[in-house]
Design a binder for this molecule. Structure first.
Ligand SMILES: Cc1ncc(COP(=O)(O)O)c(C=O)c1O
Length: 370
């Protein structure tokens, strides 16, 4: 095993690149004495709403809470069914299940997003909502999803955790449905220095309810109108996110250039790289190849000091947590086939062209392509 030559992520490098600004944020927040909610959080909400085109943004302490509160305020509750996909992070299903609702899976398309041609056959009288996942920062086919939702009277709550800076026909991820959830986890491209999340909505009632609920349901210091939770974003995260909002487009652009370099250098047809569609702007939170003989390729890359990650090897319906839902291997053949092939390649904004060339050459060498 050689030393790491190409890291999968490099959060330390991000720190060094932004050190002066980050330390200024820390100092400013510590000096202010305002650590929870407050002016930075308000300003972040205003600026994210403007950036995304959402009427409201409510800052929370994770993308998972944004998913859960989006579903809850959209009216999803015990026994309701929510249609979603098995290709995602576990939080999508967990958010549904925590409300006592039931995740109902639909297989994915080649692009790893929900296959819209298979949604309608899963709709029952108990279906309340559709939760599309914009996997890797590529927006699902929202035209078809909104059409289905409208015809069947369903709510759409988007898992837009990965789509800060992603657009579909010029519209920002998380702004198509009644609510959308963005994650500011450190591995996202709009990242706090810890957990954080944002709920986007065009609905005044939802924004007001989530704002109240995130702060214990307190309308005033000593007046609780509804039992809530603590899902407030810390001021320090808000200050860092405000600083990083100005850099987001450049982060995405650097990642996009890396992706293009991969596309031009990887010659082996056994390693299929996702292509962009004309009507979309991808946020490139992840860059997931589908590679034959994936496990041996990953070991080969590891031996050459290249980190890669299987994102993910187990589709959600095959996790033990989903056992009660009664699915089995074979139910979602496209998702299951992808789970055997997916390999996320390093593509973060701190990579050099030489590092990408090295990864691409290694992939070509593994498959004997020149
Ligand atoms: C698709 C998806 N959904 C939900 C989440 C949950 O977000 P968070 O980690 O901020 O709770 C994430 C990120 O981790 C994600 O990638």
């Amino acid at each position: 095993m050689s030393d790491v030559k190409v890291p999968f992520v490099d959060l330390k490098q991000r720190y060094h690149e932004e050190k002066a600004e980050l330390l200024a944020c820390v100092e400013r927040v510590l000096e202010s004495g305002q650590f929870i909610l407050g002016a930075d959080v308000d300003e972040l909400e205003r600026r994210v709403a403007k950036f995304t085109g959402a009427k409201h943004c409510v800052a929370l302490n994770s993308g998972t809470d944004a998913l859960m509160l989006g579903l809850w305020t959209a009216g999803v509750g015990r026994g309701d069914e929510v249609i979603t996909t098995p290709i995602t992070f576990v939080a999508t299903s967990a958010a549904i299940a925590h409300l006592g609702a039931i995740p109902v899976y639909v297989d994915v398309d080649e692009d790893q997003n929900i296959d819209v041609t298979k949604i309608e056959q899963k709709i029952t009288p108990r279906t309340k909502a559709i939760m599309p996942v914009h996997w890797t920062g590529r927006i699902a086919d929202m035209g078809a999803i909104l059409d289905i939702a409208q015809r069947h009277g369903l709510k759409v709550v988007e898992d837009s955790a990965q789509s800060m800076g992603a657009y579909w026909h010029g519209k920002h991820g998380g702004t198509f449905g009644i609510a959308g959830a963005i994650s500011c986890h450190p591995l996202k491209n709009f990242n706090a220095v810890g957990d954080g999340g944002l709920l986007l909505t065009g609905d005044d009632g939802i924004a007001e309810k989530v704002r109240l609920y995130r702060n214990h349901g307190l309308a005033r210091r000593d007046y609780c109108v509804e039992w809530g939770i603590n899902s407030r974003l810390d001021a320090l995260h808000a200050a860092v996110l405000l600083m990083r909002l100005d850099r987001l487009l450049s982060v995405i652009e650097r990642r996009r250039r890396n992706v293009e370099l991969y596309r031009s250098l990887v010659k082996a047809p056994q390693c299929r790289l996702p292509q962009c569609k004309q009507h979309e702007i991808n946020s490139f939170v992840m860059f997931i190849s589908q590679s034959d003989d994936r496990d041996r390729l990953q070991a080969f890359l590891r031996d050459r000091g290249i980190e890669s990650l299987v994102y993910y090897g187990t589709p959600i319906h095959l996790h033990p947590a989903a056992a009660k839902l009664g699915y089995k291997r074979g139910d979602f053949p496209v998702a299951e086939g992808q789970a055997d092939r997916v390999l996320a390649l390093p593509h973060h904004q701190h990579l050099t062209g030489a590092q990408i060339e090295y990864v691409a050459q290694s992939i070509n060498q593994f498959y004997g392509a020149s």
